[in-house]
Design a protein. Structure first.
Lengths: 113, 113
């Protein structure tokens, strides 16, 4: 069974204080790993897709990295508007019989001004 | 990115009534759409996979007769919560994917009184 564990569950940062969110996963063949941002009362917003170990993607203050066992979402010099819940999901290889992604519980990030 | 819309964004109804939620892919065709339920401060719970022109695939523990899904066209899937009760109050989110990446709708907040 595919599993996704995100840590920490909650994270409070001061504005400008860089940090990283972790997503550990076990999957029977990784098709892709996804990061989403979710604001309260809204649907998840797509951030990144990573396909293979060693891959990195960046968007503004965010950088996502991937290894064979985990992914990190690095937040550099965060601002209060970066406050949100960040979700990680893994998509299994369809050849294993499933194409349904598994989501983690998310990390709730609060950035204080 | 791809755009997925949901309607309504919020609905309040009396216990025993039925509520229909629409999910549309605005700029792509989707043979498959996904319906999720999200409880406060919890991650996404996949309810069912909606398949255009055929029956939906429900996850274990989800009542098929309670949550009716219809996927009549390549851009529209509907979720009907039949005979709603207060315990059905939740945040319902749909998603679709034009490629490997899932794109989510903005969600529908259902409150059953």
């Amino acid at each position: 069974e595919d599993q996704v564990t995100q840590s920490p569950e909650a994270l409070r940062l001061q504005e400008g204080e860089s940090s990283s969110l972790n997503c550990s996963y076990t999957v029977s063949g990784l098709r892709g790993l996804f990061w989403y941002r979710q604001d309260p009362g809204k649907g998840p917003e797509f951030l990144f897709t990573l396909y293979s170990a060693g891959e990195e993607k960046e968007k503004e203050r965010l950088k996502a990295t991937l290894t064979k066992k985990e992914s990190f979402l690095h937040i550099t010099a965060p601002k209060p508007e970066d406050s949100a819940t960040y979700l990680c999901a893994v998509q299994p290889d369809p050849s294993g019989g499933s194409y349904i992604p598994t989501f983690g519980r998310g990390t709730s990030l609060i950035v204080h001004p | 990115g791809a755009v997925v819309s949901q309607h309504p964004s919020r609905v309040i109804c009396k216990s025993g009534t039925s509520v229909k939620i629409e999910c549309r892919s605005l700029d792509f065709q989707a043979t498959t759409m996904f319906w999720y339920r999200q409880f406060p401060k919890k991650s996404l719970m996949l309810m069912a996979t909606s398949n255009e022109g055929s029956k939906a695939t429900y996850e274990q523990g989800v009542e098929k007769d309670k949550f009716l899904i219809n996927h009549a066209s390549l851009t529209l899937s509907t979720l009907t919560v039949t005979s709603a009760h207060p315990e059905d109050s939740s945040f319902y989110i749909c998603s679709a994917r034009p490629s490997e990446t899932q794109y989510f709708g903005p969600g529908t907040r259902l409150l059953v009184l």
